[in-house]
Design a protein around this ligand. Structure first.
Ligand code: C2E
Ligand code: C2E
Length: 310
């Protein structure tokens, strides 16, 4: 135990990092060691106990590899390590950040943070240990955090099922699954017509029509980003096409709105069934009755002058 303790103490102040995260600056002290890429950094990190490891992230296609590297380090080296990701260009979605955190990252530094703020953030996590539980199976984790494999229009029933299945995903944080919006089109525009203005681009973004309103579910979109998302998604400014809209962003509210929609749909279906029942059993009889009631053409001959006309 004492030799383990010595090792923890000895590497707690060490910084192992990809070279590019310092933007060309030299190592800040003898405690810093720089590596050319994430593979070398991971290899050296496998001997660390409480050091700070800093990865660089340039593009979203690096996320899966990085998630595996972070998960491996965290599972094998424990909760003393400080694992940091510095975003080098704007490329991380909230859902990507969530995946990296779930794999064991301690801190994700956004692209907008300048070098000096980034270094202050590193100071801020010194002495901290991770206390979150990190799942053993990373493949299940990645699969569970993937967006739904659908986008765009869905019939109401499928829309409701898709949103409910998301609400039941326990890997996603409470009240962080997305935003639901119901938009009422301006007079003269039907909800169905308004769908042609809506161009959903991301998997997991779905829409439906109910009660002459356009319902959108925007996956992992946060309420503060709703205006940005709507601006990208609609071909026209939202205020020109819709007279008002309602937004739900907490799980409990989204669930109860979906329940209400499903209830209304059932009511509508049972009304149709009741009306159908009230109709005469054999539709052909209706046709005959109608046919009988229809006026039949009567042959009519115009009188000639000789026959006494005019
Ligand atoms: P941004 O484009 O300014 O979008 C800000 C936030 O608005 C996004 O944060 C997201 O919450 C929301 N948002 C925007 N468009 C959509 C959408 O079509 N569907 C949904 N569901 N939400 C949307 P997020 O996801 O954290 O992304 C942060 C930034 O990362 C984005 O800022 C953008 O600069 C970049 N980014 C994310 N995904 C992509 C992508 O597929 N392509 C490109 N070019 N950039 C992306
Ligand atoms: P996708 O998720 O189906 O997104 C399709 C396109 O919608 C993107 O093409 C981009 O033009 C637009 N888009 C979606 N979300 C946003 C957003 O938040 N902001 C902005 N400005 N645009 C957005 P793009 O950029 O060529 O990406 C193609 C595909 O690459 C995406 O398909 C997605 O599968 C992947 N991708 C790109 N950036 C990111 C990212 O930051 N995170 C993740 N997880 N995937 C990304």
């Amino acid at each position: 135990i004492s030799s383990l303790h010595t090792q923890v103490v000895s590497d707690a102040g060490r910084y192992l990092a990809e070279r590019c995260i310092l933007e060309g600056a030299p190592p800040l002290s003898v405690n810093w060691k720089l590596f050319e890429n994430s593979v070398q950094l991971t290899q050296h990190g496998m001997q660390a106990m409480a050091a700070t490891l800093i990865f660089a992230l340039y593009q979203s296609d690096q996320i899966n590899t990085l998630a595996h590297q972070i998960h491996n380090l965290r599972r094998q080296r424990g909760n003393g390590l400080k694992i940091v990701v510095r975003e080098m260009s704007a490329s991380l979605r909230y859902s990507d950040e969530r995946l990296l955190l779930a794999c064991g990252a301690s801190l994700i530094v956004p692209h907008a943070a300048p070098l000096s703020s980034f270094l202050t953030m590193l100071e801020g996590i010194q002495g901290l240990r991770l206390s979150r539980h990190i799942p053993v199976n990373i493949d299940a984790l990645i699969a569970g955090l993937q967006p739904l494999p659908v986008k765009g229009y869905l019939p109401l029933e499928d829309f409701s099922k898709a949103v409910v299945s998301l609400m039941e995903n326990t890997l996603l944080p409470e009240d962080g699954k997305g935003v639901m919006v119901a938009l009422r089109p301006v007079p003269g525009l039907s909800a169905r017509q308004s769908m042609t203005l809506c161009h959903q681009r991301r998997f997991g973004d779905v829409m439906t029509v109910a009660q002459n309103r356009l319902f959108l579910f925007l996956s992992t979109c946060r309420i503060n980003d709703l205006d940005t998302a709507l601006k990208f998604i609609f071909r026209l400014p939202v205020r020109e096409a819709f007279s008002n809209w309602v937004v739900w962003y907490e799980d409990v509210d989204i669930r109860s709105e979906i329940k209400r929609l499903a209830h209304n749909m059932e009511l509508a279906q049972s009304t149709v069934k009741r009306d159908l029942k009230a109709m005469p059993k054999n539709p052909t009889i209706i046709e005959e009755t109608e046919a009988e009631q229809r006026r039949q053409p009567i042959p009519f001959t115009l009188l000639s002058r000789e026959q006494g006309g005019a």
